[in-house]
Design a protein around this ligand. Structure first.
Ligand code: C2E
Ligand code: CA
Ligand code: CA
Ligand code: CA
Length: 281
């Protein structure tokens, strides 16, 4: 029993070391990918629920790894955040998404396209973040009012003067701000009035329960949509997979939606076609 315990311990240590080595490897690979411009953006359409038109996209970063295949953002964004790489990575995402939006919009005869970009706390906390965003807008020619920055409640909820000032500086550029995964944080709703937020993105966990038979399951989503309306905010539902969910959200008066029901996040070429097709009809 003693020997078995010993070897179990050794193998546990070996495993831990393996984990560390793997993480270091991944970190180095990510740094190289960023430098060599090997990261890609996929785009998921946002649909206007009144007109069923594609009005824009959310940019979602992808990492095609040379040996491991496509790596999910949830597996490398945390590494980028822990190492600070998220700052240059995030700037690249912002630049590429804006550049692409300008190109597609021009190809569609100037039809406006709203582009949403996810922003990490680490980026938002950079004192020069607003200047960075302003520089990217200038570099790409992206009209500020077509850019939406998505941040989670944890960013917005930290009710400090510094945070509020940062948000005011961003708003002053003329862009829109969205709360991502709304309803999953520990929000006191007071911050919604205090902070200059334009859009609530209703988390997929709420949408999942829509279209079923239990009426109680729709109550929370309905409340969020009403809350958004009463505060003059746009509401975007994420993770629509079924027609029943779409119907329920329309009924509630939710403004916009995203989800596999309409389209998965797709590579740039395909997203561009989706947008152009939408312009024809
Ligand atoms: P998120 O911002 O909440 O993005 C929505 C996620 O849900 C995306 O996963 C998307 O592919 C997925 N999704 C969309 N529609 C559906 C649906 O109908 N059903 C299901 N089951 N899933 C759906 P993805 O692309 O793997 O991204 C995961 C998370 O990684 C994002 O969550 C976001 O927090 C983060 N992320 C992605 N790109 C970036 C980025 O450029 N910067 C930062 N800071 N974070 C990013
Ligand atoms: Ca998002
Ligand atoms: Ca989200
Ligand atoms: Ca989410």
């Amino acid at each position: 029993a003693k020997a078995a315990g010993g070897s179990a311990f050794v193998s546990f240590r070996a495993q831990m070391q393996e984990g560390l080595v793997e993480r270091l490897e991944l970190e180095n690979d990510l740094r190289a990918a960023l430098e060599n411009h090997d990261l890609r953006l996929h785009y998921q359409p946002t649909v206007d629920l009144d007109t069923s038109e594609v009005v824009g996209f959310e940019a979602l970063v992808r990492w095609p790894h040379p040996t491991r295949g496509m790596i999910n953002p949830l597996d490398f964004i945390p590494i980028a955040e822990a190492t600070g790489m998220i700052v240059p990575l995030g700037r690249w995402v912002l630049h590429e998404a804006c550049r692409q939006a300008v190109e597609w919009s021009a190809a569609a005869g100037g039809r406006p396209l709203k582009m949403s970009v996810n922003v990490s706390v680490r980026q938002f906390d950079q004192p020069d973040f607003a200047e960075t965003v302003a520089a990217v807008l200038a570099e790409t020619g992206m009209p500020a009012d077509r850019l939406c920055l998505e941040m989670t409640e944890s960013v917005l909820m930290t009710d400090t003067e510094a945070n509020l000032e940062q948000l005011v500086r961003l708003k002053a550029l003329g862009l829109t701000l969205a709360i991502d995964d709304f309803g999953t944080g520990y929000s006191s709703l007071a911050y919604l009035r205090r902070f200059p937020v334009d859009t609530l993105k209703i988390d997929r966990s709420f949408v999942e329960r829509l279209g079923g038979v239990l009426t109680g399951d729709t109550a929370l989503t309905d409340t969020i949509v009403r809350l958004g309306k009463s505060l003059g905010m746009a509401t975007v539902a994420e993770g629509i997979e079924e027609f029943g969910q779409l119907a329920a959200l329309r009924e509630m008066g939710c403004g916009f939606a995203q989800g596999y029901y309409f389209s998965r996040p797709v590579p740039a070429a395909e997203a561009g076609r989706l947008f152009l097709e939408g312009a024809d009809t």
